[in-house]
Design a protein around this ligand. Structure first.
Ligand code: WAQ
Ligand code: MG
Length: 280
């Protein structure tokens, strides 16, 4: 599902974009409202479509004027993977949370320069529909479409794994769609060896918990990562310097991946416990 609305063209950049594109008959500047994807069995499809539509219409980023639903029959056997272990870091303020993110990313081998680049992307007013690919050492953005990023798709979870994940998350009082979908996405992303880590901040104005994930430390939830009411947010995948962008994009956008095994879900932990854990 993809929901968007037309811009009111208040910024100079959007005004320019609208002028150029309306002359050529293309659509005016679109603001991304919400998106979601999943893998479902045929009997569940109509229920899921209704859920996606309800979600798009009632989205806290605003009322969309276009909702696009795409259904595709799978032609590939899913690759089955285990989910990342889930932890929540103890933090009471945005500054502390930012400091923790830097420390975790530095110890997964991401350079300070790349971390700065990632913050500039996720804190920009210009939100993307997908994720930015940033090289882990030189900090260069290498995804070709800078207005869109790379959209991870064709990902899901088996019914049995879903029940276990729901139960584990309910034990921590975090069994909500945003968390579950993010764990599935982060697990697909981390399964690719060229990706060293991911930083995610929701673009929903009322959702202020983000995460940093990696094979090394798992899925680490970071509370208070942004101000309430802010519509900024985004995702950055930190990739090895020699990454083949085309092959990686192909994997993220089109390879079918399903979670069939669930790792631990711990409660609130300190930064030291995370850095000592090394995904154990
Ligand atoms: N592929 C790539 N990037 C995506 C995708 C996708 N499928 N979906 C969203 N993004 C990017 C896009 O730039 C969005 O602006 C940004 O991520 C945030 O997306 O455990 O809700 O759907 O409590 O707003 C984290 C949960 C929730 C943390 C994240 O992200 C927790 C969330 P949102
Ligand atoms: Mg969102």
């Amino acid at each position: 599902m993809r929901a968007s609305k037309k811009s009111r063209a208040h910024s100079a950049k959007r005004k320019r974009y609208n002028q150029q594109h309306s002359a050529s008959g293309l659509t005016p500047y679109e603001i991304h409202v919400s998106g979601a994807e999943g893998l479902y069995k045929e009997p569940d499809i109509s229920r899921m479509i209704n859920e996606y539509i309800a979600r798009a219409i009632n989205h806290p980023r605003g009322k969309p004027d276009t909702i696009a639903i795409t259904l595709e029959k799978l032609r590939q056997k899913p690759l089955k993977i285990q989910s990342l272990p889930v932890k929540t870091i103890k933090s009471r303020s945005r500054l502390t949370s930012e400091r923790y993110i830097r420390k975790i990313l530095l110890s997964t081998g991401i350079s300070e320069h790349a971390i700065e680049k990632a913050f500039s992307i996720v804190q920009s007013a210009q939100t993307l529909r997908g994720a930015a690919l940033v090289t882990a050492l030189s900090g260069s953005r290498i995804d070709p479409d800078k207005e869109r990023g790379v959209r991870v798709s064709r990902l899901g979870i088996t019914e049995k794994a879903d029940r276990i994940l729901s139960r584990n998350l309910a034990g921590q009082k975090i069994n909500i769609t945003a968390v579950k979908e993010a764990i599935i996405l982060a697990s697909k992303v981390a399964s690719r060896h060229h990706i060293m880590a991911e930083l995610c901040i929701s673009d929903d104005p009322d959702y202020t918990t983000g995460y940093v994930s990696s094979r090394k430390y798992g899925y680490v939830r970071i509370p208070h990562i942004k101000r309430k009411k802010s519509k900024k947010g985004g995702r950055v995948f930190f990739v090895a310097e020699n990454t083949d962008v085309e092959a990686l994009t192909e994997f993220l956008e089109t390879s079918v991946v399903m979670i069939n095994k669930i790792a631990d879900c711990s409660g609130v932990v300190s930064l030291h416990e995370i850095l000592d854990s090394n995904n154990k």
